[in-house]
Design a protein around this ligand. Structure first.
Ligand SMILES: [Zn+2]
Length: 125
C-alpha cells in the first residue's frame, strides 16, 4: 500500500507507536516525523493505523494533497506532471512532459487528481 504524504509538509506519513506513562508501547497513530502533524485517532494495530492514513489525508482539500512530481489529468484529458504548487492561490505549474512548456492551472481545471489516476508500478516512496 502506498503511504500518503503529510498534507502540511509533504513527508510520507508513518505509523508511530505511542507510549503511556510507564513507557510501555501502546497504540499506533498516523503522524509526520518532519512537522509533527498527527492524527488524534489511535489504533490497536499498525495495519489499522496505516489503513486510516488515506482517510486522514482525504479530509484535506486536494490542493494540500498534491506535490511536485505528482501526475494529474487536466481538462483536455492529457496527463501533466506537477512542477510547483501554490497552495495559497490553489494554482499549479504543470507540464505535459519532459522538455515541454510549463503552464499554470487552477485546481478547478483538474479532472483527475494523482490518487484518482491508475497507480503504476511501485515507484512511490
Ligand atoms: Zn509533515
Amino acid at each position: 500500500m502506498k503511504t500518503p504524504k503529510c498534507p502540511l509538509c509533504g513527508t510520507p506519513l508513518k505509523a508511530i507507536r505511542g507510549y503511556d506513562v510507564h513507557g510501555i508501547t501502546t497504540d499506533w497513530v498516523a503522524g509526520c516525523y518532519n512537522c509533527f502533524f498527527q492524527s488524534s485517532h489511535f489504533w490497536k494495530t499498525k495495519k489499522a493505523c496505516i489503513e486510516d492514513m488515506d482517510r486522514l489525508v482525504s479530509l484535506f482539500p486536494p490542493i494540500m494533497r498534491v506535490w511536485p512530481g505528482d501526475k494529474l489529468q487536466v481538462e483536455d484529458g492529457s496527463i501533466c506532471e506537477v512542477i510547483n504548487v501554490n497552495k495559497n492561490l490553489a494554482m499549479m505549474d504543470v507540464r505535459r512532459g519532459e522538455g515541454r512548456p510549463v503552464f499554470t492551472i487552477a485546481d478547478t481545471h483538474v479532472i483527475r487528481w494523482p490518487w484518482e489516476l491508475e497507480q503504476e508500478g511501485g515507484t512511490e516512496q
